[in-house]
Design a binder for this molecule. Structure first.
Ligand SMILES: Cc1cc2nc3c(=O)[nH]c(=O)nc-3n(C[C@H](O)[C@H](O)[C@H](O)COP(=O)(O)OP(=O)(O)OC[C@H]3O[C@@H](n4cnc5c(N)ncnc54)[C@H](O)[C@@H]3O)c2cc1C
Length: 309
């Protein structure tokens, strides 16, 4: 029986594993893969303390830091995917596709999410060559350029607002006439003369040479196609949390993100915490995920000591 079972291998789970081992909690970490979503980035410039790091190197560093503590106190299971959780606080059973389930007194879910991708011609080809799913990460690379934001929710408008601070122009593309974003956010963004929203369109393709040069769209009303030049395309059409395996045990919001108390990271189920992109927090970054997991660990540590068998 482990004190703690950590699910994930990104910055959140890795930070949690290091803290758990240093607190001498008997811990197991089940990581599908180490590194997390930003592994695909060529140059991460905001991992604090490290001005530049390739995503692949960040993944190696996270894994190396966790392995530093592997041994009697920390069991590392890589390449396994959690499929279900049963039991109750003090006695959980965590199953994977195959092999014996792990039993643990407490659980931290840090299985992250995947960005919802757009499925149009050229989107895959130009991913990370001008088309990006992370404005906070890549936005400053497009200073002084014309850029496009795809989406109509709060994330799309907040991304547009962020880009307006340094881009030449921002064009937001939305398939329908109505936006899902809050009215006040829409109104504030619309005030900026560098901002334009184009609605009721179909997106036909992303075009370019070595890098993005623009997008072709079709106006639904007229049927006319139009080419929009842009150096950067920022996609904000939602996230898919990796939390399906926990559906029956913790409360989730309408898109499947795990609801947590942001003071402690506790979920609706006693003995289960969650941290990082799998939760319903508003902002998603490597540093936030790692910090949230550390907050969870502090709370788990106290809970384990109060609830000694
Ligand atoms: C393209 C891109 C670039 C980005 N660039 C930056 C950047 O430059 N700077 C920045 O701060 N943020 C960046 N982000 C955001 C950042 O990557 C995320 O906020 C961060 O990775 C979240 O960390 P996490 O540990 O919560 O989850 P994730 O990174 O999503 O990691 C989840 C982990 O859980 C594992 N896992 C999933 N399901 C299971 C399961 N069932 N069983 C076991 N393991 C499982 C996965 O293998 C993965 O290792 C970027 C995001 C994207 C998509």
């Amino acid at each position: 029986m482990y004190d703690l079972l950590i699910i994930g291998g990104g910055p959140a789970a890795s930070a949690a594993a290091v803290y758990a081992a240093r607190k001498r909690l008997k811990t197991a970490i089940v990581a599908g893969e180490f590194g997390g979503q930003s592994t695909v980035s060529e140059d991460i410039q905001n991992w604090i303390g490290t001005p530049h790091i390739a995503g692949a190197d960040l993944a190696k560093n996270l894994k190396a830091h966790v392995l530093e503590y592997a041994g009697d106190i920390l069991t590392v299971k890589e390449g396994a995917w959690v499929t279900g959780i049963t039991g109750e606080a003090g006695n959980f059973s965590v199953s994977m596709g195959s092999g014996e389930p792990f039993t643990a007194r407490s659980i931290l879910i840090a299985s992250g999410s995947n960005r919802r991708k757009i499925e149009i011609a050229g989107a895959d080809t130009f991913e990370n060559k001008g088309l990006t799913y992370c404005a906070s990460c890549d936005g400053p690379l497009f200073t002084g350029e014309d850029v496009i934001v795809i989406g109509g929710g709060n994330a799309a408008f907040e991304t547009a607002a962020q880009l307006l601070a340094y881009c030449k122009s921002v064009t937001l593309l939305n398939r329908s006439a109505a936006f899902r974003a809050d009215e006040i956010t829409v109104a504030q963004t619309m005030k900026d003369p560098k901002f334009k929203a184009v609605t009721e369109i179909e997106m036909l393709d992303v075009y370019g040479g070595d890098f993005v040069e623009g997008m072709t769209i079709k106006h639904k009303a007229s049927g006319e196609a139009e080419k929009l030049s842009a150096k950067g395309i920022f996609v904000e059409v939602g996230q898919i949390p990796n939390a399906g395996f926990a559906k029956s045990i913790v409360d989730q919001n309408e898109v499947g993100s795990i609801k947590i108390d942001p003071r402690t990271q506790q979920t609706s189920a006693a003995g289960i915490w969650a941290a990082g992109d799998v939760t319903d927090v508003l902002y998603h970054q490597n540093n936030i995920a790692a910090g949230d997991a550390v907050r969870a660990l502090e709370d788990i540590y106290i809970w384990l000591h109060k609830n000694r068998p």
